[in-house]
Design a protein around this ligand. Structure first.
Ligand code: PHE
Length: 443
């Protein structure tokens, strides 16, 4: 049996789609999106993020799907398949990004599990104090390790038996919860102010370099692009899939959940007069403001709060498995390890790497800045160049299963000229911001 014959496959189209949407929808949509939108001029940020999702995110998504399905391999081997050994380092960058992102992502996921359970008994009086207590230290380490164990367990179960099964059960729950919460938020008195802030803020912020960089980083982070997650998932696809349609479905679902999450978060914040709490903190924004609002609601807050954090846990888990799968599939292909051993070893390494982030939220913030705004943008930039300029006939790859599509030349032109120039511009700004953040951290 050849390697490709023995390669695992998704069980169904909806299984693949829910797993891919599950990868995209996660803490990025709720935790990261809402604090960045609040920090960067509300609607201006949302608009830029939408534009970048359409003209940069979707073309790169299609590029990742084409490389993954076309090669049927994990990132390092997939890039070598189409570009020769010289492109292997890009694959290793993807693996490094997976290691780095999951290590702190799992810490935040640990907070969400803790909050979902705490919601059942109410969040106590002082939300900021509570966040200070649980967000760092050995407690945070313990929840991070527990979450990693769960992630390893799912990935060890395989593509069909682990990741796909999880997504088929949990993603519908997530959609239902988010919509329910948005409907509830619409009934709050005083929430209108929040919609106004979210949907019609300061548009001059669009011209701010930092807003552009953060919107681009967020588009990549939220769509799970620039580190081979979509590429890896697509490597388990058969040739009948219409890749442009799949990209569109994943992209639209991801934007919809982020947007609806904003419709939950902003009315809550404004209904309870918590604006100052949001601008005052970064990574903790969601974990301080919302519990304060839930506290103020009394017993209704316990129910709503628990559901909210349960939705976050679901989103986090279905994303975490995709991050781990990038590393695991690479270990399976490069080292010839069986899946279970690869999952345990990669998970153990990531669990250890995450401990500094669990001990100190400033470390976590810095890791997120570096991974989200630098690694992913860099990965996306090189992948666009790879598919646009290096790979032999990418249009033939995407055309399989999508015969009627007429805009593939436009797609390739975007990958060749627009995406690299824009991302290079973004990267310069992100690097500056990151150096400043590192300097501030050192002081
Ligand atoms: N897209 C995920 C989220 O929004 C995070 C993620 C990034 C997952 C990169 C995989 C790869 O939470």
């Amino acid at each position: 049996m050849s390697a490709s014959e023995s390669r695992e496959q998704w069980g169904s189209r909806s299984g693949f789609l829910l797993a891919a949407v599950g990868s995209a929808v996660g803490l990025g949509n709720m935790w990261r999106f809402s604090y960045l939108a609040a920090e960067n001029g509300g609607a201006a940020f949302v608009l830029l993020y939408l534009i970048l999702t359409l003209f940069v995110g979707l073309p790169v998504m299609l590029a990742e799907l084409a490389v993954g399905r076309g090669s049927g391999k994990s990132p390092v081997a997939a890039l070598a398949h189409f570009g020769g050994a010289a492109w292997k380092p890009l694959g290793w960058l993807f693996v490094a990004s997976g290691l780095l992102i999951l290590s702190y992502y799992s810490v935040i996921a640990g907070w969400t599990v803790r909050y979902a359970l705490a919601g059942l008994v109410g969040f106590g009086g002082d939300a900021a104090g509570y966040f200070g207590e649980v967000s760092k230290g050995w407690d945070a380490v313990a929840w991070h390790l527990a979450f990693m164990a769960l992630t390893v367990w799912v990935v060890a179960g395989g593509i069909k038996g682990g990741i796909e099964k999880l997504a088929l059960v949990l993603m519908p729950v997530l959609f239902a919860l988010v919509v329910l919460l948005a409907i509830y938020a619409a009934t709050l008195e005083g929430g209108a102010e929040g919609y106004r802030y979210y949907l019609s803020a300061d548009f001059s912020a669009i011209w701010d370099r930092k807003v552009l960089s953060e919107a681009a980083g967020q588009a990549f982070f939220s769509l799970s692009l620039g580190m081979g997650a979509m590429l890896t998932f697509a490597s388990y696809l058969h040739r009948g899939h219409h890749l442009p349609n799949e990209s569109l479905i994943i992209g639209v679902s991801d934007f919809a959940v982020a947007f609806i999450a904003g419709l939950v978060v902003f009315p809550l914040i404004f209904a309870f007069g918590l604006q100052s709490l949001v601008s005052g903190s970064t990574v903790g924004a969601l974990f301080i403001t919302l519990p304060t609002a839930f506290n103020a609601m009394g017993s209704a807050g316990m129910v709503v709060g628990t559901l909210f954090f349960a939705a976050l846990v679901v989103g986090a888990l279905t994303s975490a498995v995709s991050l781990l799968e990038v590393v695991v599939s690479s270990a399976i292909d490069s080292l010839g390890w069986p899946r279970k051993r690869a999952a345990l070893a990669a998970g153990g390494l990531i669990a250890a790497l995450g401990i500094p982030a669990a001990l100190d939220t400033d470390v976590l913030g810095l890791m997120d800045q570096i991974a989200g705004n630098v690694f992913l943008v860099l990965g996306g930039l090189f992948l666009a160049i790879f598919v646009g300029w290096v790979m032999d006939d990418p249009i033939a790859q995407v055309s399989e299963g999508a015969a009627g599509v007429r805009w593939f030349k436009l797609w390739r032109a975007l990958l060749r000229y627009v995406v690299p120039v824009l991302l290079a511009f973004v990267l310069v700004g992100s690097l500056q911001a990151t150096f400043e953040a590192v300097r501030a951290f050192m002081e």
